[in-house]
Design a protein around this ligand. Sequence first.
Ligand SMILES: [Zn+2]
Length: 417
Amino acid sequence: MQIKTILNRVQKFKSFVYGSVHWVEGAAIPTVEVEIRARVNSRPLCSKCGRPSPGYDRLPVRRFEFVPMWGHKVFFVYAPRRVACLDCGIRVERLPWVAGKRRLTDTYAWFLAGWAKRLSWKEVAVSFRTSWDHVFCSVERAVSWGRAHQDLSGVEAIGIDEIAWQRGHRYLTLVYQIDGHNKRLLWIGEKRTVKSLLRFFRWFGRERNQALKFVCSDRWRPYLKVIAKKAGHAIHILDRFHIMSHLSKAIDAVRAQETRELKEKGYEPVLTKTRWLLLKRPENLTDQQDTKLSELLQYNLKSIRSYLLKEEFQLFWSYTSPYWAGRFLDKWCTKTMRSKIDPMKKVARMLRRHRPLLLNWFRAKKQFSSGIVEGFNTKAKLTTRKAYGFRTYHATEIALYHALGALPVPKTTHEFF
Ligand SMILES: [Zn+2]
């Protein structure tokens, strides 16, 4: 069996045939070249309009890298013809194995992009003895093809999230589809401003915006306005993940402040002595000790009470009826407002302000929010972290779309991996 036979199995062209196959002498990495010839009597196609056109001349031989085989690099070798197209003038002919002036065949680019979903870009480059740039270009091609061919119909639920990148100095806005049957990253934009989100809605298009039924997002104020304007008919949901993270942050703040206050007031070195304060019968304490104890108890209670309030709030998510969930929320907020713990009161005020949005969570079924955005958030952070070599926004964007976009790939007759 000849290599040509295998090639015809994995990649057959209508108007081109494989010619001789030979070694490249003295190549650093074992390399095989496969000559390609135009089929006799086939007319070249204009690369711009695709029409069969009369030949004009022939360009020098070019090499196009194909999928490596058995530890050998494989190149197609072909001297492209130029055509004299009636409409477009003198053009290079269309080549079925590569688009444009690229050096990697489409098949090889898809091959690398496929591996880049499983390995880091650097690992792919090392594994297939190619450059980081080639891997990047392949992924970029896969993403741009996938985004041009993806089906955006039937998107009913979206989740809006943000992640920090470049050591937390800058933010990205991420919009996910979170429908039960289809979960994927739809769009990425720089920053987390009103404009970022407006750009999403503009890209998504008016018709699709209006088909949205559920929008899940952080309470971040600018978003609320944009969503109300662009998809006001959709139910806007504040999701569990974000609410709970606000509460966690509040507890952190309480604890940090408390520790600082204790230190300032000199309680830290006195911690051993507090044991006696606590063990002694209250009536046996001196006035000074009594004051100290009640002060200390108050400090300790802040962290503990915040924690208990948060735990209690978990109950909120177990309600099924928006009405009873609302009653619970009101009671919790009242209680928290009386707690005299400022960071917690701040959260309570925020929750009160967004009461209708919170209750929408129950109307929109839990499946739309809990965990989905959180899961994506984790994956997105992992992707950007794994790719910390990416200096540019563009590379980060490509990596995220590739990892989370669930983008389509063209149907091929042969699967290479
Ligand atoms: Zn043409």
